[in-house]
Design a protein around this ligand. Structure first.
Ligand SMILES: NC(=O)c1ccc[n+]([C@@H]2O[C@H](COP(=O)([O-])OP(=O)(O)OC[C@H]3O[C@@H](n4cnc5c(N)ncnc54)[C@H](OP(=O)(O)O)[C@@H]3O)[C@@H](O)[C@H]2O)c1
Length: 317
């Protein structure tokens, strides 16, 4: 049946025959939906045989925002936390709060994710102390706030790739041997809704987050034999400081007042980590956009552009 539906879908794409597309949609969608639900159930059954208690959890970008809230969320379940970022004073503060909230142990390490040697030193330190990593949360990131034709230095785009893309991919590359030493270990990547749909004023940001999707979905396939679960989170607006430090000479303001709190975001990511979910969408609009992406490309483009422009307001900081 699946093969039959796939052949029909293939024919519909090749011949762009609307009636075949319609037939496939009506007949095929419910069947494939049920098969997918069953596969998801089996996947979750296996992933849920994992408890966060006393697990070694690394969080990048833990000095503020979503990373800080994730640190508290995992603390409450008795994890051993390794928190990294560049601002040491803030990390020390977060560490203190984590201990109060129940973390079994907390280590803070100053790491700039664009510096390979700093990641290497951290991984060596973890190997010496714990000889494994149970959960790696790649959250460190920066954003931007200008149109491409307003940017006066292309290095801004390179910088976004350095932090958001190479910072996370290099980190997981170096952590992989330790992740393989722990059964059912987790890799969690904090992408963005802008990593699923192009966001105006954030070409470089969207590009770096789209790239993460390609890298980590491929990695998830490679790691399926190792029983390692990869989760990609695509939050919409979250009320953090990220937009205060958007790259650019004179960045536009982004209205995140309608967004969720970092605590709520962290709670959703935490639950998805336990489930081993392949991806996490945060709000109805995000989910709708994700579903519409394929069959309703032009409608989707119009909708995303309209919503994003209202958020950007075209105002300067
Ligand atoms: N807020 C939103 O609306 C939103 C929506 C979707 C996705 N996200 C994503 O969520 C993640 C966290 O952002 P946030 O909103 O929580 O913003 P945030 O409060 O500004 O946090 C960003 C974190 O990244 C760290 N960081 C930045 N550059 C780094 C570097 N070179 N090396 C190491 N750490 C670095 C920062 O720490 P230091 O400065 O101390 O190094 C900070 O802890 C980002 O990946 C962002 O793209 C945010």
């Amino acid at each position: 049946m699946i093969v039959f539906l796939m052949i029909l879908s293939f024919l519909s794409v090749v011949y762009i025959n609307e009636s075949i597309v319609f037939f496939c949609f009506i007949v095929g969608f419910p069947i494939l939906y049920i098969i997918n639900l069953y596969m998801k159930f089996i996947y979750h059954q296996s992933a849920r045989q994992w408890s966060p208690k006393e697990k070694v959890v690394i969080i990048t970008g833990a000095s503020s925002g979503i990373g800080e809230s994730l640190a508290y969320q995992f603390s409450r379940h008795g994890c051993i936390l390794v928190l990294c970022a560049r601002r040491e004073a803030l990390l020390a503060e977060v560490s203190k709060n984590c201990k109060l909230q129940g973390a079994k142990d907390v280590i803070t390490v100053k790491v700039d994710v664009t510096k390979e040697s700093e990641i290497t030193t951290l991984i060596q330190q973890i190997e010496k102390e714990y000889n494994r990593i149970d959960c790696l949360i790649l959250n460190a990131g920066i954003s931007m706030g200008e149109r491409l034709d307003e940017i006066n230095d292309f290095n801004l785009i390179r910088k976004l790739m350095e932090v958001n893309y190479f910072g996370s991919t290099n980190f997981v590359y170096q952590a992989l041997p330790l992740l393989k030493r722990s059964p059912k270990s987790r890799i969690v990547v904090v992408s963005s809704a802008a990593g699923l749909v192009g966001a105006p004023l954030r070409t470089g940001y969207s590009g770096s987050k789209f790239a993460l999707r390609g890298f980590f979905t491929a990695l998830a396939c490679e790691l399926s034999d190792n029983d390692i679960y990869v989760t990609i989170a695509y939050p919409g607006p979250v009320r953090t400081q990220i937009n205060k430090a958007r790259l650019g000479k004179d960045p536009h303001e982004l209205d995140t007042s309608g967004g969720i709190t970092p605590e709520k975001c962290a709670q959703i990511i935490y639950e998805a980590t336990l489930n081993g979910d392949m991806e996490v969408m945060f709000e109805t609009l995000g989910r709708a956009v994700r579903i519409m992406e394929g069959p309703f490309l032009y409608l989707n483009y119009w909708l995303v552009n309209k919503v994003q422009r209202s958020l950007n307001k075209n105002k300067r900081k």
